[in-house]
Design a protein around this ligand. Sequence first.
Ligand SMILES: Nc1ncnc2c1ncn2[C@@H]1O[C@H](COP(=O)(O)OP(=O)(O)OP(=O)(O)O)[C@@H](O)[C@H]1O
Length: 634
Amino acid sequence: MMSTLLQQAPGCSSRVHGQRPHGVTLEWRGLTYTVPVGFGKRRRARTVLLEASGSVRPGHLLAVLGGTGCGKSSLLNALAGRLPRGGKLEGEVLVDGQPRTEAFRSSCGYVMQDDVLFSNLTVQETLEFAANIRLPASVSAATRQQLVADTMAELGLTKVADTLVGNAWVRGVSGGERKRVHIATEVLANPNFLCADEPTSGLDAFQAQNIMTALWALAGDGRTVVATVHQPRSSIWSLFDYLLVLSEGRTVFYGPAAAATAHFAAAGYACPPGYNPADVILDVTSRDYRTPESEAATQKRVQLLADLHALQAAAKPSLQEGGASPRAASPSPAPAAAGKRRFANSALREFWLLSGRAWRQSSRAHVEQIISTVQTVFVAALLAWLWSGMSQSEPGGVQDEVGVLFMVVVTTAMNVMMGALVSFTFDKPTVDRERAARAYRMLPYYLSRLACDTPLRVAQSLLFSGIIYWAVGLNPKASAFFIFCALNVCIGLAGQALGMAVSVALPMAIALAVAPFVVIFLMLFSGFYVNNSTLPAVLRWIKYISHLFWGLVGLAVNDFRGRTGWACPVSAATPGCQVSGEDILAQLNFEGFTAADAFMGLLLLTLGFHLIGYTALRLRKPCFLPLAPAKKGL
Ligand SMILES: Nc1ncnc2c1ncn2[C@@H]1O[C@H](COP(=O)(O)OP(=O)(O)OP(=O)(O)O)[C@@H](O)[C@H]1O
């Protein structure tokens, strides 16, 4: 059953954009991609793509077909300039006859296999964000709205406009709809070249049909579209304009899809009547690893097919050039893009748009908020209970009071840091994708994330302070309570900055393992476990980069200074013996500090951690494999 999308006139979005998309002619010649595999003596270079050549023109949907592991995604990534570093790519990729530029990579639409989208935004909000961030501010708000509405209609998303995008944990749109949202976010940037990696994987036949029909319509609009496909059903097969079949990294067919059946029939693999040609092609070109004999037989067959293709390509080079699309009106050539692609919006507008998205994402994460609140209340109540017997008149009162202050510092810093660490890490795949498209600058992104995360962290610190302070019975002066709260907020913000720095600088799994170690290290220099005066002189400076040290200094000074009446410890106890707050501060080696020093220390550390985080974000940009010229003689 053909989708209703086929009946819809393609081209709505381009009309709103004000012009037909300038599809590009993409040619690739002699692309060979090798990757290092194995370790030690078994290390060798594995050829993933060998001498791949072909082209695709505006208005065409080129399908890349082949068994699993044959190199489809690698070819797509090689064309889009998005192969990860670590291997070697040789050959030539030309865009409208010119060598591919970095601007082309960031301007082409790229639908990855995994849908990396913000789960707590509705479909409409997701597309509005994509339109706002990718289109220049000169495009009016009304035009953007129209563009979003038309793109939703074009991709069959109108009925789910107000449904959450969702993910594995948040119930949202279906898998097929999510894939179409992903395609729509790319289409909204009006790309000249759109590539989609396995857009139908994991979808049922009907959804797969809808997705491929949508891509077919987008190509008919004048764009150049390349998609890798696993097992297309017959109705999907009929949508392909051009077909490229890969086997073991070698091209075994490239040409008009309509000619594929005859080509394979001529090679001795005719498609029986009523069969889906794609099934026959996949059977013939897939390597059978079940027995050494079957493997050798399929290897031989693939070799023959690849040789046959190479012979035909040499005899009829026009086949490699693709033909003019029968569907697309002849599009005007794309303006040559050179250098780096410019950002569409000002940094201020990017901050505004990114903050809106981040706020929606985090404010709708109700489960996370409830868990975080319950955890904060639980820990505060537990500490309050444990320290409920604390008394100034008891000989252990000083130890108890210093102990509770230390626990407050550690709990606040740790709680907030882990929250910031996790929430920041979840953004990474989406941000990497948008960054590769140069959708926005990193400073507005970092600041927007900070701005949206901070209210939650401040609320967490205040809630914790409010419960513990009066339950335990610290300095009864009202001003001391407010300073305690302010210090706790600052400790939390320093912990948040540290969490962001760690999560940005390291991959998630490593960040989660490293973060507690960093806290334990800084805890050792907080002045609680080891008195600073007894530390080796060479290590004493470390306390100044510990937010736990400054936090404990601030809370201790705020609690003890100006007060007296603590019972002496048992060892020194003579009847009526008392120690003052100043004595306690001197014992901790904190007597030379004020609360203002602690605020300043925490502020400087927060700024320092953010500087490290932002620098790491700038440095950890997605890096792609450069294209080296093909070696002569190959
Ligand atoms: N960076 C790499 N390191 C090691 N092997 C790699 C690398 N990139 C690709 N390969 C290997 O090259 C082969 C082709 O990979 P590719 O992802 O392009 O295949 P595919 O046809 O898209 O497969 P599938 O349909 O299963 O997604 C696979 O066997 C894969 O394991």
